[in-house]
Ligand binder design. Structure first.
Ligand code: CP
Length: 330
């Protein structure tokens, strides 16, 4: 089938003629973001109820999963999501594609776009690499973590908060740790919701990238959300609904400063910090290093929703694939 503009109508194509990529949360309007979160919550209920309709949503579609870096949650979530929605699945490891022998990223994207409806990608490189894969109009490309941003993590995080609190507007979150790709995505997502507060406490020299902070503050100015970042643990907010941390050694990165641990030490989430907020939940994107960024007592304690958050990666991945691969609902 060929569309009126002469481009074969791949299933990932939106009616506007562009594929529904998710390279950064900045690709989404606030309404799109909220639809994905709400759909993730609805899919969680449908999976738990054993709704057979799910298996027909992407029947006849094919998803590719291309990860050049380690992953337990995200790769499994997207693979399981594709299979549960009825799509076929092709997995590529870091050594599989002719990218390794010099084929260009653009040519790779163009070739795969004739065969796949969606490609889910994790690399340690910049989003620009994924944008090169997305420089075609048939196959949707999903960022499953890049150097700068981990957008599908934020979708799972918001799905978790939405499921736990019933609504996202007005929520107050304290993020403690590196201003890494998870923090970037959380900042670009939470600030879309009116009345939210995101308080970041990041070690000196390991804060949010300035462009991220600027963009998130722009979102906050439009929505009525607040983003505050400090590089110490002073003047903590009086009340928060959730405390969030990530591991100190972000996947695929190293820290040139041999003394980086000294900078991070004051930023551990432990019982003393959690005792300030007796009603707050604890979130962690995992994997965790108990005794570093979080104590075992907090991670494994009754207020931790870290493993629920991990499970929600499946439901939010299903929502992302449904949107990206042309599910009728979108
Ligand atoms: N949180 C997260 O992205 O986990 P994985 O690295 O295991 O995918």
């Amino acid at each position: 089938m060929t569309s009126t503009d002469g481009v074969p109508a791949g299933a990932g194509r939106h009616h506007s003629g562009t594929a529904r990529h998710l390279l950064t949360l900045a690709d989404l309007t606030a309404a799109d973001l909220d639809r994905l979160v709400e759909r993730g919550c609805a899919i969680a209920a449908e999976v738990r109820a054993g709704d057979p309709a799910l298996a027909g949503i992407l029947r006849g579609r094919v998803a590719g999963v291309y990860f050049t870096r380690t992953s337990t949650r995200t790769r499994t979530a997207f693979s399981s999501a594709a299979l549960r929605l009825g799509a076929g699945l092709i997995a590529y490891g870091p050594g599989d594609l002719q990218l390794n022998t010099g084929e260009t990223i653009e040519d790779t994207g163009r070739v795969l776009s004739g065969m796949l409806d969606v490609l889910v990608v994790r690399t340690a490189g910049p989003v620009a690499e994924m944008a090169a894969l997305a420089a075609q109009r048939r196959m949707a490309v999903v960022n499953a973590m890049s150097a700068e941003e981990h957008p599908t993590q934020a979708l799972a995080d918001l799905t978790t908060l939405r499921a736990r609190f019933g609504a996202l507007p007005g929520l107050r979150v304290l993020y403690v740790g590196e201003g890494n790709n998870t923090a970037t995505a959380l900042s670009l997502a939470l600030t879309r919701y009116p009345g939210t507060e995101l308080h970041l406490r990041t070690p000196p020299g390991y804060g949010l990238p300035p462009a991220t902070a600027l963009k998130a503050k722009e979102y906050g100015a439009a929505s009525g959300a607040l983003l505050v970042e400090r590089h110490d643990m002073a003047q903590l907010p009086q009340r928060v609904d959730a405390v969030y941390t990530t591991r100190w050694q972000t996947t695929g990165t190293t820290k040139p400063d041999p003394d980086w641990r000294a900078a991070f030490a004051p930023f551990q989430v432990n019982e003393t910090l959690m005792d300030r907020y007796p009603d707050a939940l604890f979130l962690h994107d995992l994997p965790a290093h108990r005794g570093e960024e979080v104590t075992a007592g907090v991670l494994d304690g009754p207020r931790s929703v870290a493993f629920e958050q991990a499970e929600n990666k499946l439901y939010s991945a299903m929502a992302v694939l449904e949107r990206a691969a042309g599910g009728d609902r979108w």
